[in-house]
Write a protein that binds this ligand. Structure first.
Ligand SMILES: [Zn+2]
Length: 452
């Protein structure tokens, strides 16, 4: 208890010290798809989520230039430039104009600039800070633009590419231009005086593994964040701007996987903690903003009851994608001999069904029918979302975990509701008047002076 009181007191002292000075170090965290429900579900699950204690909190609208429901590139561009554009464009308005990003403004004033993400280094959110293309799927162009940009540090799972291109082409290109390219934490070291691209130890992955599935030693977002802070602080004493994206909150919510989602929010909070540790060393000069580009899934909690069951979510040990991969692997090894008992054991082990989570007879009948369809009748029916495909038994099992945990998703796409923003540190109170996503970068430019 004493420890907690001291920690809270220390936070208050930090808060009261903050405000007057111009921020030198700006951290911008974007939870992709992280609405209020995603953040609150993580809080219900873990008991605490660090950024939800920040002193300045509010909501921002996320509408794009042509839709109430934004996509990640229009939202990323709004958060990076303060300009609304149409969905699927990135850093470019319909007339082909490219608004400057806050990273570009910071760089022009001599600050270090970096981006880090748990998905591809040229996926929509990070690319919004250095890229300008008519369509977000022009991955080869975005990879080239990153290499040719003035971004000092960029980290992500890999280079996403167009048809016929390979990540290695862009790794080679980056090295030819004198950029240091590292793969994973074992290889990474902070260098001085050179630009850096930091990829996963397994760059064949389109995105880092879900936090819920991650094994020891696999690259994680906090590795990238730690590398970014080390690099930017040691190279740019004038100050720096760092954007960190929790990219897979969105993936989990597109897949309607509540347990994977709360683990991803905590994964982002782990990176926020590194910024908070830095803030404690530089309390008068550090500004930390945590927000989201949009909400995904129409996610809510308390569905059908007054109580959540975070323990039910805790009994889920793998993501929906890994569960369907495990069922597929079982079918590969046992061919047609996969019994109902094999499936039941798997669902028990990986999701806690018939264990922590009770399964009544009616629900068991639903599962056995789906088992028969999938395995005995070899039905190829799949449930497809933006980032993955799963068999229908997997879908039903994960939906059941969600439902019994009293969480639910309305759909598998983005929603148009406002998202939260949490701010701490130097000039944090200036963010009280941010009500739209475009207000955040404008306020960053005004409090730092980078826009002048
Ligand atoms: Zn998004």
């Amino acid at each position: 208890m004493k420890k907690i009181v001291t920690a809270v007191l220390a936070l208050f002292i930090l808060c009261s010290q903050a405000g007057a000075q111009t921020p030198k170090y700006v951290f911008y965290f974007i939870g992709d798809g992280m609405g209020l429900s995603q953040a609150y579900a993580a809080k219900a699950f873990y008991g605490d989520v660090n950024f939800m204690n920040f002193p300045v909190q509010g909501f921002i609208s996320t509408v794009s230039a042509n839709s109430l429901v934004t996509d990640s590139s229009a939202a990323g561009t709004a958060l990076a430039t303060g300009v609304k554009i149409k969905n699927s464009a990135l850093g470019m308005d319909p007339d082909g104009n490219s608004p400057r990003t806050i990273a570009e403004f910071a760089k022009s004033k001599g600050y270090g600039v970096g981006v880090a993400t748990s998905v591809g280094v040229n996926h929509a959110t990070p690319a919004s800070f250095y890229g300008h293309v008519p369509n977000r799927n022009l991955y080869d162009q975005l990879a080239d633009q990153l290499i040719d940009s003035r971004m000092d540090f960029a980290a992500g799972s890999t280079f996403l590419t167009g048809k016929g291109s390979k990540p290695q082409m862009f790794i080679d290109k980056a090295r030819e231009k004198g950029i240091e390219v590292f793969f994973g934490k074992d290889e990474y070291k902070t260098v001085k005086g050179k630009r850096v691209i930091y990829l996963s130890s397994n760059p064949a992955q389109q995105a880092l593994s879900y936090a819920i599935d991650r094994r020891n030693g696999e690259t994680k977002l906090a590795d990238f964040t730690e590398g970014a802070i080390d690099y930017l602080y040691s190279n740019f004493r004038k100050g720096f701007f760092l954007m960190v994206e929790g990219g897979k909150i969105d993936y989990a919510c597109h897949a309607n996987d509540a347990a994977a989602c709360v683990h991803e929010v905590a994964d982002l909070a782990e990176s926020v903690q590194l910024a908070l540790n830095f803030y404690k060393q530089h309390p008068n000069e550090t500004l930390i903003i945590v927000t989201a580009d949009h909400e995904t899934g129409g996610f809510t909690m308390g569905a059908g009851a007054y109580e959540l069951h975070p323990d039910f979510l805790a009994s889920q040990k793998v993501s929906k994608d890994v569960l369907s991969a495990k069922i597929a692997a079982l079918r590969m090894t046992k061919k047609d001999d996969v019994s109902w008992n094999d499936i039941k054991n798997l669902l028990n082990r990986e999701l806690g069904l018939w264990g922590t989570i009770p399964v009544n007879k009616i629900q068991e009948k639903v599962f056995t029918q789906l088992y028969k369809d999938l395995i005995l009748d070899n039905s190829g029916a799949v449930d497809e979302n933006l980032y993955s495909k799963n068999d229908l038994l997997t879908k039903a099992a994960i939906d059941y975990v969600n439902r019994t945990a009293m969480t639910t998703f309305a759909f598998g796409s983005h929603s148009g509701i406002p998202v939260p923003v949490y701010v701490i540190g130097a000039k944090s109170s200036n963010f009280k008047d941010c009500h739209d996503n475009t207000d955040i970068p404008k306020t960053i430019l005004s409090v730092t002076g980078w826009g002048r």
